[in-house]
Design a protein around this ligand. Structure first.
Ligand SMILES: [Zn+2]
Ligand SMILES: [Zn+2]
Length: 339
């Protein structure tokens, strides 16, 4: 089978590998779609602090497909089932797992980051990681379940109340999912801060009430136009946008730091400034217990996960896309391993 294998910094090779055998409790999945994620880029770039990815691993953790065969002891799935995958497998036995904090599992397995994933024609996946997808959902849409589940965890931590006023910084795929989830959560006003005009236009179409170019407009002006903000969700992951998120937050607001900064980035904060507004600064890590709801939202047609897709590509083009920020700026790429 064709597979995209990580060998080290800037060394991703598309090569032939034997089709894996599903072990006990595993299915063999024919991978139909697999999203290209920022995490894949961090691994490709050899960034310190990115997932601990051993050389020789097949990347790809946002994927969907059809069950091709089942291993011993698989009861819940059968060949032909259409499914998507939660790539984060918890051990269930360590202290964080037993405390209901499974995303801090001390023995986490990451399908597509620590073990072979979905940038291949087939992947062996434990049945515990599978979710059924609706007939009307495309495989490319279903591959977005994992990023949606991460956004849901962030939204849960924001403790939104119906009628709240919110801002999202960054109109990439994640920011545009956040806009839609804020709308579903009952926000009465949503502002999108994004420098690229097409992304602002898309944000307005997907539920934002106002869109600002943060490079051209001052925070004060944005605030005057947006009014008091109860929630600010930062999805750009830059020190400057983190500072901006704190600057525009209203009294008693929650500032959610969702965008991944570099490990050594630092942002100056004046505690007195937080004190005067009773600000709460939060962060969100992966997708604990939110995958089922993400799949339900997608199966129910409640989210647009198609408008922000740039292109569907064959496996052979993956190294080129990982190496080219200008391509990725166009939107989300989906690999079709069977193409
Ligand atoms: Zn991802
Ligand atoms: Zn654990």
């Amino acid at each position: 089978m064709k597979s995209a294998v990580f060998y080290g910094k800037h060394d991703l090779r598309v090569e032939e590998r034997p089709v894996p055998q599903p072990g006990r409790g595993e299915v063999l999945l024919r991978v139909m779609a697999c999203g290209v994620c920022g995490t894949d880029v961090h691994i490709f770039e050899g960034d310190q602090g990115a997932a601990d990815c051993p050389s020789g691993t097949v990347l790809g953790h946002e994927f969907s497909g059809v069950v091709e065969a089942v291993g011993e002891g698989v009861s819940a799935f059968a060949p032909g089932d259409r499914v998507c995958v939660d790539p984060n497998r918890l051990c269930g036995e360590c202290r964080p797992c037993r405390d209901g904090l499974g995303h801090f599992c001390e023995h986490m397995t990451g399908i597509g980051t620590t073990v072979d994933g979905g940038f291949a024609q087939f992947c062996a996946v434990p049945q515990s990681q599978l979710y059924r997808i609706a007939d009307g959902l495309s495989f490319a849409q279903a591959a977005m379940a994992e990023p949606v589940s991460c956004c849901l965890h962030g939204i849960d931590l924001c403790e939104l109340r119906p009628g709240c006023r919110a801002a999202v910084i960054g109109g990439g795929m994640i920011g545009l999912l956040m806009v839609q989830l804020l709308r579903l959560s009952g926000a009465s006003f949503i502002a999108l801060l994004e420098p690229v005009e097409q992304k602002r236009a898309l944000g307005l179409r997907l539920g934002a009430d106002a869109a600002f170019d943060p490079l051209r407009e001052e925070p004060d002006r944005i605030l005057r136009a947006a009014g008091r903000l109860d929630t600010v969700i930062e999805c750009a992951g830059l020190p400057s946008t983190v500072s901006q998120a704190v600057a525009i937050a209203g009294r008693r607001a929650v500032v959610m730091l969702f965008g991944l900064t570099r490990p050594d980035d630092a942002v100056p904060v004046r505690p007195f400034d937080l004190f005067r507004r009773e600000l709460t600064i939060k962060a969100s890590y992966i997708n604990p217990y939110t995958m089922g709801r993400a799949v339900d939202l997608l199966n129910g047609g409640r989210l647009d996960v198609s408008s922000m897709l740039a292109e569907e590509i064959p496996l052979a083009r993956l190294p080129e896309v990982l190496a080219a920020p200008a391509l990725r700026a166009k939107g989300k790429y989906i690999v079709l391993p069977q193409a």
